[in-house]
Design a protein around this ligand. Structure first.
Ligand SMILES: Cc1ncc(COP(=O)(O)O)c(C=O)c1O
Length: 401
């Protein structure tokens, strides 16, 4: 029996607390304040969602105001906030005519995108990358390619695994795998545009061009999972904008409300909108288009267009990119992959552990020989520089076993 009345997610449940558990008193701006008063820089934006820090006054005020006006709404109701935020979101996606399906998490965004693609194409199979994470619910986990899938007897007999872009730069193998499975049985290809905790893999334009043309030629839907890499995390608002992709569905969550309210949204293109103009939509959630989520998202969209916010974000991105570039020539560093305010650093030996870094005042992700960092967009250049200096020292101090 463990000593806590709750579970730690994705973790062993030891008698002492999980290895990366930490006692927090409160959090403000870009820091956690621990129960003993120490301050720890949130170098991972918590779990990649706290893009706007822990205490953004504009997001907090929007939620507080909505709490007084209407904290709950029927999924069937229409109200100005729902209409306005949907329209603003469609503009932000900038993918042409479409509609929004609201959710409460990244897993639900993926789950509903998969359901729509399968229903509309009448096909059952989904192609997904070998190294990927798409969520913890059974459907999203079935297309997930990492350690979180195998314990759950997932329903992935409908999943086709395509190789990592680095191992198949022309997508020839991926295309052959899809053809062998019967391309007319493949409903969709689901991809994190740029992957997150599985190593910030950044596919080439050539790879994405081949994926896009395979989808177009074979009537396969393209689902971009932008739950982690979207909403400004990798530079532009969405990572698919780098590659000028034309997806059928885009899944978002995490940063959409800065994490202040559990929320998500799926963009659906014309093919899907047209289908549901005549067929019944068999998807829904009790808390669909929750007003507190809508209010937070409304504020976040405004922030993403605010010039002072964007100037600061750009300055952080420049410092981050320069430092990551410098790190490529540091001892022990064998590869650095960086876009916007997301980076993975591979070492030739065991990376400094989460606890080592936490002791030095940084909360980040560390697994075997890799570190992943994703600072909040609202940090100051000085605070980010301080955190990057500590990170450099930690990396310089690693010892090869
Ligand atoms: C790319 C990606 N998709 C989906 C999810 C699932 O999101 P959630 O944990 O909000 O269900 C995650 C979560 O880490 C993710 O990184």
């Amino acid at each position: 029996m463990t000593n806590r009345p709750f579970y730690f997610t994705w973790n062993h449940q030891p008698t002492a607390d999980a290895a990366d558990a930490f006692p927090v008193q409160h959090a403000e701006h870009d820091e956690f304040v621990l129960q003993d008063g120490r301050r720890v820089y949130d170098f991972l934006s918590t779990s990649f969602q706290t893009s706007f820090g822990h205490s953004h006054p504009v997001i907090k005020a929007a939620i507080q105001k909505q709490l007084d006006v209407m904290p709950i709404a029927s999924p069937k109701s229409t109200f100005p906030l729902k209409q306005r935020v949907s329209e603003k979101l469609l503009q932000l996606f900038d993918l042409g005519p479409g509609k929004i399906f609201f959710t409460l998490s990244g897993s639900e965004s993926v789950e509903n995108a998969l359901k729509m693609a399968r229903q509309i194409t009448g096909r059952t199979k989904i192609a997904a990358r070998q190294k990927s994470y798409h969520g913890a619910s059974l459907g999203a986990l079935s297309v997930t390619g990492d350690w979180r899938n195998p314990p759950h007897f997932t329903i992935d007999d409908h999943t086709i695994r395509i190789p990592e872009p680095a191992d198949d730069p022309s997508f020839e193998q991926g295309r052959n795998i899809i053809e062998s499975a019967g391309s007319d049985s493949v409903a969709a290809i689901i991809l994190e545009t740029i992957s997150g905790a599985n190593g910030v893999a950044i596919p080439s334009q050539q790879w994405y061009d081949a994926v896009q043309s395979t989808c177009c030629e074979r009537g396969i839907m393209l689902i971009m999972d932008e739950v982690l890499c979207g909403f400004g995390r990798t530079g532009p608002v969405f990572a698919y904008q780098y590659y000028e992709l034309k997806p059928d569905l885009v899944c978002t969550s995490k940063g959409v409300t800065g994490g202040y309210v559990p929320f998500g949204a799926v963009w659906t293109g014309e093919r899907i909108v047209d289908y549901y103009d005549t067929e019944k939509l068999a998807c829904g959630l009790t808390n669909y288009a929750h007003p507190l989520g809508l209010a937070a998202l409304d504020a976040v969209i405004d922030l993403l267009r605010d010039s002072a916010f964007l100037d600061n974000k750009l300055a952080l991105e420049q410092l981050f990119a320069t430092t990551m570039q410098e790190l490529t020539s540091s001892p022990h560093v064998i590869d650095v992959r960086c876009r916007g305010l997301l980076a993975a650093i591979d070492l030739d030996c065991a990376a400094p552990t989460w606890s080592d870094c936490f002791e030095k005042g940084l909360h980040l992700y560390s697994k075997s020989n890799m570190i992943v960092v994703a600072p909040p967009f609202v940090s100051t250049v000085d605070r980010l520089k301080e955190a990057l200096d500590i990170l450099k020292q930690q990396i310089a101090g690693v010892t090869v076993a």
